[in-house]
Design a protein around this ligand. Structure first.
Ligand code: ZN
Length: 501
């Protein structure tokens, strides 16, 4: 049996190696590749993904899993091997249900649709994208229908990203959040607006980069097993336990842009760097869900990186880096500027309080598209109507409306957006648990020390990779199910104090 288990691990490792090679090509494409490389790079990536898919769905894997079934039943169900077999079976059974032709069509359509969107967005030309979006919707439905027996057609798509969640459970959670969030948004945005002009002086890029790297080094991001480069859209990517990279972008007239995206991506990367190295390339490697992953990035970006204790330590250093720009700006003024709340049109620029309203709009529209109650041609107007009712704003065109996010234009419709808000909710939950276990974390932040917090996250979340489902992880850490209470408490306390309400 040990030999069969070793063979299973070897086969899955080879599939994972092909994906890692594809990730290197993807990173290069975003960081260094000249534009002329696009066509052949697309082909390289398609070939690797086809080979990896073939390896991962090889019937020999199914046979090994069947043979290992009695062995798995004899193991401690909480052991790494038992969990490895369980997760491998789940992944395999999902993968074999999707015909290779559909996988190919999805990746082909994603690439073409992305290209059309990238040209259409600056021209405000939704009509150009409409036929591709219709095709994406059709493919998303076909993918969902590879998993019959669902309650809601989005369920299989949500399951890919946030295993264990369903449209119904997310709707219930979001409804509860919305009920508490809307009055908070209303209260805060009816106070006097915060002046954040101090963030929009000229901040030379190299100084921004050095400052951000100093912070994430202190957080515990390991540069010996990572690096940071520049891209259009920041991301974190993993090639192996010893190589987890991040990318960022800078705007010289917007200090927050580069700094907070660096802190955000470092959170994703520290999660991956902290996974048990024994899991490398296997079914337990990698963060467990989109929601848990986002909780780690948001925790370091917002709950730490936009907190007052953090800046009590770092603000004098930031002032020393930018004396002409910030020398005469007080800590209080700066802290208020980086936490300014306002109703806005763009999700990625949104503050902590309004952010989830942007996500919920997208989630609801996705559900309606999949259900067939909203046609793609009516999507731009449905978007504007929701922004008017939820945020009281209407974008002048589709560029800053339905064309603003890449997600629907490069992959699937459905299963994509819920992870952002789940992550915010979980960030509040996990952080409150860490503080309960170690009340000295706040004082350490004031000293620019993050070892206790990082250690707690590593012990309770990072090292487990995908060994436990998100639900199990939350249960283990908190002793209960996912709840919005700690997150709402965090928002109310922080923004209540900031806005004097
Ligand atoms: Zn993220």
């Amino acid at each position: 049996m040990e030999k069969k288990l070793a063979e299973l691990k070897q086969r899955l490792l080879e599939a994972s190696d092909l994906n890692a090679a594809a990730a290197v090509l993807g990173w290069d494409q975003a960081v260094y590749m000249p534009p002329g490389g696009a066509a052949s790079r697309g082909r390289h990536l398609a070939t690797l993904s086809k080979l990896s898919q073939e390896k991962a769905t090889d019937p020999a894997i199914g046979k090994l899993l069947d043979e290992l079934e009695p062995y798995a039943a004899s193991l401690d169900p909480d052991s790494d091997d038992a969990r490895f077999i369980t997760v491998s079976r789940r992944n395999y059974e999902k993968a074999v249900k999707v015909p290779p032709a559909l996988v190919g069509e999805l990746s082909q359509n994603g690439a073409v649709s992305y290209g059309v969107w990238a040209e259409a967005r600056p021209k405000n030309d939704f009509a150009a994208t409409q036929p591709y979006l219709e095709k994406t919707l059709d493919l998303s439905r076909r993918l969902a229908n590879c998993f019959p027996g669902y309650d809601h057609i989005a369920d299989p798509l949500i399951d890919f990203q946030d295993y264990g969640m369903k449209a119904s459970s997310i709707r219930a959670l979001f409804a509860e959040l919305r009920e508490q969030l809307v009055p908070l948004v209303h209260t805060v945005t009816s106070q006097e607006s915060i002046d954040d002009a101090c963030l929009h002086e000229h901040f030379p890029e190299n100084d921004q980069k050095a400052f951000g790297e100093k912070v994430i080094r202190a957080y515990g991001y390991d540069f010996h097993r990572g690096r940071q480069d520049k891209t259009h859209h920041p991301f974190a990517t993993k090639f192996g336990w010893g190589d987890v990279r991040i990318t960022t972008r800078f705007k010289e007239n917007d200090l927050g842009e580069g700094l907070f995206s660096t802190l955000h991506e470092s959170g994703h990367a520290m999660y991956e760097q902290g996974i048990n190295p024994d899991y490398e390339g296997g079914s337990l490697d990698g963060g467990v869900s989109a929601g848990v992953h986002e909780s780690q990035s948001r925790l370091w970006e917002n709950l730490v990186g936009r907190s007052l204790p953090f800046w009590e330590h770092y603000y004098p250093q930031l002032q020393a880096t930018f004396p002409a720009q910030l020398g005469r700006v007080s800590l209080e003024k700066f802290y208020r500027a980086i936490n300014k709340v306002q109703r806005s049109l763009i999700r990625t620029d949104a503050d902590e309080v309004t952010y989830n309203l942007h996500v919920m709009i997208r989630f609801d529209l996705e559900m309606q598209l999949l259900e067939g109650s909203l046609a793609v041609k009516d999507l731009p107007e449905a978007w504007h109507a929701r922004y008017e009712s939820d945020l009281g704003l209407r974008a002048p065109g589709d560029e800053n409306g339905v064309l603003q996010d890449v997600h629907w234009y490069s992959g699937l419709i459905g299963g994509v957006f819920q992870g952002y808000t789940l992550g915010n909710i979980m960030s509040g939950l996990f952080f409150s648990q860490a503080l309960q276990a170690h009340p000295n974390i706040t004082e350490e932040m004031r000293q620019g020390q993050f070892g206790t917090l990082h250690g707690w996250l590593k012990e309770n979340i990072y090292r487990h990779g995908s060994k436990y489902t998100a639900d199990e992880l939350i249960q283990r850490v908190t002793g209960g199910p996912l709840t919005i209470a700690p997150y709402m408490h965090y928002l109310r306390t922080k923004f209540g104090a900031l806005y004097g309400v």
